[in-house]
Design a protein around this ligand. Structure first.
Ligand code: SPV
Ligand code: MG
Length: 289
């Protein structure tokens, strides 16, 4: 079971003056991905709206329920005690919905939620067919206040603004984020899809608030976690790379079967590796954060 102090450990890491590098979180849609991430040196896990939606055959468009997310958190908690950060999108665009999701996720063992300011219904930040709209900042402020009231310090709250995704200015993004911190957010994510990487670097240079900065570097992989740490980010969330790697691996295996009429035994992932990896009931040591 995840320990109830996972939120405290994550909060301490994000604010530690001696943190040598950013906290690294990997998207983990199931226990196997979670174990792999921890064994390979990630500190925390991200329950991604995109990955969970894709796994369930749903669009990343406000379709997931609190139960869908809590089930994944529970699965990850079976095999790791590392902090689990949950992407709750806009929490359905209501204050009471945000309270319910947060309370259920605490019970499931989550350490953090990431609440974004997209208008209901949201779309994925990288959706090609539509543009993200923003919710009223007042609504998001009330959602954050309500979450804090109902869960106290048991969850780290990351406020995420979709301002830059929606084509708004950096001033607007920073103004909204400042309000979200004043409402009780512990950390701030100003999401960007700028492939040059210039925008996230500028965000970090201009963010002078004490609340730690978080990034999801999907669009700018040329910036390493070291680069992002030097720019000023305290948490890097690699949101969906494992699902995309799994897709490539599954496709390669299926094509090899089509060519040869049988699956060649994998030296990289023999059957025994699955059991070895999961070690159900033996959570990892709490060494890192
Ligand atoms: C997710 O993983 O669902 C995210 C991150 O919100 S991204 O899709 O990269 O915007
Ligand atoms: Mg998402």
């Amino acid at each position: 079971m995840p320990t109830s102090d996972a939120a405290a450990r994550l909060r301490r890491s994000l604010t530690s003056p001696t943190l040598a590098r950013p906290v690294l979180a990997a998207g983990a849609v199931n226990a196997m991905a979670a174990r792999l991430a921890i064994e390979e040196g990630f500190d925390a896990l991200w329950v991604s709206g995109l990955e969970v939606s894709a796994a369930l055959g749903l669009p990343d468009a406000n379709v997931l329920s609190a139960r869908d997310l809590a089930d994944v958190v529970t699965a990850l908690g079976r095999v790791t005690e590392r902090p689990v950060i949950v992407d709750v999108d806009n929490a359905g665009g209501t204050v009471e919905g945000a309270a319910r999701i947060a309370a259920d996720l605490v019970r499931a063992g989550a350490a953090a939620v990431c609440l974004e300011d997209s208008a209901y219904p949201k779309c994925n930040s990288f959706a090609a067919h539509t543009t993200q709209q923003l919710a009223a900042a007042d609504l998001v402020v009330r959602q954050i206040e309500r979450i804090r009231k109902i869960v106290g310090d048991e969850l780290v709250i990351i406020s995420r603004t979709e301002s830059l995704i929606a084509g708004m200015s950096l001033e607007l993004a920073m103004g909204r984020s400042t309000r979200f911190v004043e409402a009780g957010a512990d950390a701030v994510l100003i999401h960007s899809k700028d492939q040059t990487g210039g925008q996230p670097v500028e965000v970090a240079a201009r963010w002078t608030n004490a609340a730690p900065l978080v990034t999801v570097p999907t669009a700018f992989p040329q910036l390493t976690s070291t680069d992002l740490g030097q720019a000023g980010y305290r948490l890097c969330i690699y949101a969906n790379q494992f699902s995309r790697a799994a897709l490539a691996g599954m496709r390669a295996a299926a094509r090899q079967f089509t060519r040869e009429g049988t699956f060649r035994p994998s030296t990289e992932a023999p059957l025994a590796a699955v059991g070895d990896l999961l070690r159900v009931g033996e959570p990892d040591a709490l060494s890192c954060i």
